[in-house]
Design a protein around this ligand. Structure first.
Ligand code: ADP
Ligand code: MG
Length: 230
């Protein structure tokens, strides 16, 4: 699913690599927990995998596609087609209602649009179906997302990440603003959705108490040799 080789990333004006990973492989269907203290490069690594940053050196391949050989525009398209992303601050659009926010997950991808249409008749119907499944009831669909609780917003973010069945779901500390009960509930919800799309899940957190829920734990400090000077 994911292969990293000799991967290095150095931020502009830095004199060491933030990321230096010799080798890493992630298999399809794995539920990965990537952890490490804040400031160690977790978000940088996710940005590389999502094709937002381009490696300084080395290779990233996802679904047998070498991301490093793609132009910026092609990497953006690859992300839209194959990767559902969930960020810490959710990135929901406050002026759109829940349905419209979920539909955004397909907006930049014909591939995901076609998958949603094939399964549900339209992207709107697919979004409705997901939200109903996640317990967002019909009256809430016409509110702006800013009027909803954090727990409700989270479910909308999860639905947006999985609509159109991307092969990879990447989540960057999505539970850090939640209490323990809501955290576990959200992770279980992501697992259910990932299982339904047959997706691989890469979940990042500094909170190690969540680790046992996942099928594999990766310590960034162990896989990363970030202090090595080049
Ligand atoms: P984490 O997600 O583990 O908290 P980050 O990947 O956000 O860590 O940051 C790792 C390091 O990368 C930071 O210490 C910082 O030096 C550098 N970094 C992160 N974002 C930027 C940026 N936008 N510009 C320059 N340097 C950055
Ligand atoms: Mg981070």
């Amino acid at each position: 699913m994911i292969t990293l080789e000799q991967l290095r990333y150095r931020w502009p004006k830095h004199d060491i690599d933030t990321i230096h990973i010799e080798q890493l492989q992630i298999q399809q269907g794995e539920r990965i927990f990537l952890f490490g203290p804040s400031g160690t490069g977790k978000s940088t690594l996710l940005g590389l995998l999502a094709g937002i940053h381009r490696p300084t050196l080395g290779k990233i391949s996802i679904l047998n596609q070498d991301l490093t050989s793609l132009s910026n525009a092609k990497r953006d398209q690859f992300r839209a087609d194959h990767i559902g992303t969930i960020f810490q601050n959710f990135n929901l659009l406050a002026y759109l209602n829940p349905l419209e926010n979920v539909m955004l997950g397909c907006h930049f991808s014909t591939l995901r649009t076609n998958k949603a249409v094939q399964q549900h008749g339209s992207v709107k119907q697919a979004a409705r179906h997901l939200l109903a499944q996640l317990g967002i009831s019909e009256p809430l669909l016409h509110h702006s997302v800013g009027e909803l609780s954090i727990g409700q917003q989270q479910r909308i973010v999860a639905a947006r990440a999985v609509i159109g069945k991307p092969e990879l779901i990447i989540a960057d500390e999505p539970t850090s603003a939640l209490d323990a009960d809501n955290r576990a509930a959200f992770i279980n919800l992501l697992f259910e959705q990932a299982t339904q799309c047959n997706a691989t899940l890469l979940f990042v957190s500094h909170d190690q108490s969540l680790a046992p829920m996942f099928s594999r734990q990766l310590s960034l400090a162990e896989i990363n040799q970030r202090d090595e000077k080049v």
